[in-house]
Design a protein around this ligand. Structure first.
Ligand SMILES: *Cc1c(COP(=O)(O)O)cnc(C)c1O
Length: 464
């Protein structure tokens, strides 16, 4: 399997080089040259596999023979040994038509752990095997940073620097990042919002001299390995629910921000997973909802909501979808992306909009709805949703039809977002791992939203 850029100006690469490159050198995103299709008979066989075995099957379709299978097995086993359940992502049934896929059983209690625990092991493996320095640089709205830091803390040959928006992440997210005292970790708390942080990161990665000189590696979901790791639980959830001989279609409803998680679902569908609707759930930062409803992709005004990990206006992975939607035409993708940069928006034709609406449904939950859903589900099912998952449930209610079965993703544990839970008047008991964080000292540096200052901090850190 070869990988190419959505903008068509990068030589085809293998899997390892694709992961190391992160953002494509031409500013695009890396995608597989061809999506492998899984036959129905193979899906039937996969029904009895454990999570880790399923992971190996799916990755084997994508990594050629670049990592010997026994070594890959060890990486996978180490990655998921840090989860609190051997199922990794257990399915919880609420009623006949609604299942919750719990993606928060990893070390930092959010779905990012599923891909980033593996990515940490993967980078460590490459660093040793190829004798490469790995300097991870990333921006976070809270959960990616925490998960990435947990994935590589204390690992030899790797340094990690994470930018987060100053005082715009939840208390628990901040503690998860800043209480880590390993020397290979630097937290920069940037006076700005997430989009500001991400813009600086994108500029630094686009500066190929800087990227090369400092061996920069990405952990954001622009990295294809994250997308691929996330397809595993779409298959796993599906196979857990459909144990019988039939393979009926089901809906997936995914709380979305950067379009990474839901894009993994799109990939799974293209691989042959019987998916009915892919429902994009957002909060009041609803660029994706507006796109699916009107065909106009246009960043709006940034809003702070109860679900801060989805407070995103520019959805990085959107370009991957654009690529497939435009019939894998890299010249067209480049033109659309240039349009976005110059005119601040992309508009697709009515005919194309109909295609988008075949691929996705979308709904943006208001702050009020989010809290109402948390209260309702606590009362009805005695199940406490985190505010991101609550946006997912609101979207599921709006977009799933009678008779359809939907799996809504629980992207975080409610303890991470106690600020919202308290607003509903619910007092929750924190898991001991989170309780413990409040007793630890914090390590972070507050910086202006200024590229030059951030570069100075980075250079000092890399020279250590
Ligand atoms: C990151 C995150 C999201 C958004 O996921 P994307 O892949 O960026 O769309 C949703 N919920 C939670 C809790 C998250 O951490």
């Amino acid at each position: 399997m070869q990988y190419i850029s959505t903008r068509g100006r990068v030589e085809a690469k293998g899997f390892i080089d694709t992961v190391l490159m992160g953002l494509a050198d031409d500013g695009g995103l890396m995608v597989p040259a061809e999506i492998p299709v899984v036959a129905e008979a193979t899906l039937q066989k996969w029904k009895t596999l454990s999570y880790e075995e399923l992971f190996l099957e799916i990755f084997s379709l994508y990594i050629n023979d670049e990592i010997p299978i026994e070594e890959l097995r060890q990486l996978v086993s180490r990655s998921y040994s840090s989860f609190r359940t051997p199922e990794v992502t257990p399915v919880h049934q609420l009623n006949d038509s609604l299942y919750i896929l719990e993606l928060f059983h990893g070390p930092t209690f959010a779905f990012k752990d599923v891909a980033l625990q593996f990515m940490g092991e993967f980078y460590s493996y490459i660093s040793k095997k190829q004798n490469k320095i790995i300097h991870i640089l990333g921006a976070t709205s809270g959960d990616t940073g925490a998960a990435a830091i947990q994935g590589v803390r204390g690992k030899e040959g790797i340094k990690i620097c994470i930018l987060h928006p100053h005082q715009k992440v939840s208390k628990v997210q901040e503690l998860q990042m800043t209480t880590v005292d390993d020397e290979n970790v630097l937290n920069l708390s940037v006076k700005g919002n997430f989009d500001d942080c991400q813009r600086v990161i994108k500029e630094l990665f686009a500066d190929l001299d800087f990227k090369g000189k400092y061996h920069l590696r990405a952990i954001n979901s622009i990295n294809f390995v994250r997308i691929l790791a996330q397809t595993v639980y779409y298959f796993y959830a599906y196979l857990q629910i459909n144990k019988g001989d039939q393979l009926p279609k089901i809906n997936f409803c995914v709380p979305s921000g950067n379009f990474g998680n839901i894009f993994s679902g799109y990939l799974a569908k293209r691989m042959g997973l019987p998916v009915n609707k892919l429902i994009i759930a957002t909060n009041e930062n609803n660029i994706l909802e507006r796109f699916v409803k009107t065909g106009e992709y246009k960043p709006g005004e940034f809003k702070s909501t109860h679900s801060p990990s989805m407070d995103i206006q520019v959805a990085s992975n959107f370009e991957r979808y654009l690529y497939y939607f435009l019939g894998e035409d890299t010249a067209k993708v480049s033109a659309y992306m240039q349009d976005l940069q110059q005119n601040g928006k992309i508009t697709v034709s009515q005919e194309d909009l109909a295609k988008v609406q075949q691929d996705f449904a979308a709904y943006g939950a208001s702050n009020e709805q989010c809290l109402e859903v948390i209260e309702e589900y606590k009362k009805t099912y005695d199940y406490l949703l985190d505010p991101h998952t609550a946006c997912g449930i609101a979207a599921c209610k709006a977009q799933a039809s009678e008779g359809e079965v939907t799996v809504t993703f629980a992207t975080a544990h409610p303890a991470k977002f106690d600020e919202a839970i308290r607003l509903v008047g619910i007092t929750q008991q924190f898991p001991p791992q989170i309780e413990h964080l409040f007793t630890l000292p914090q390590h972070q540096k507050v910086v202006e939203h200024d590229k030059a200052e951030i570069v100075r901090e980075l250079e000092a850190f890399y020279k250590l």
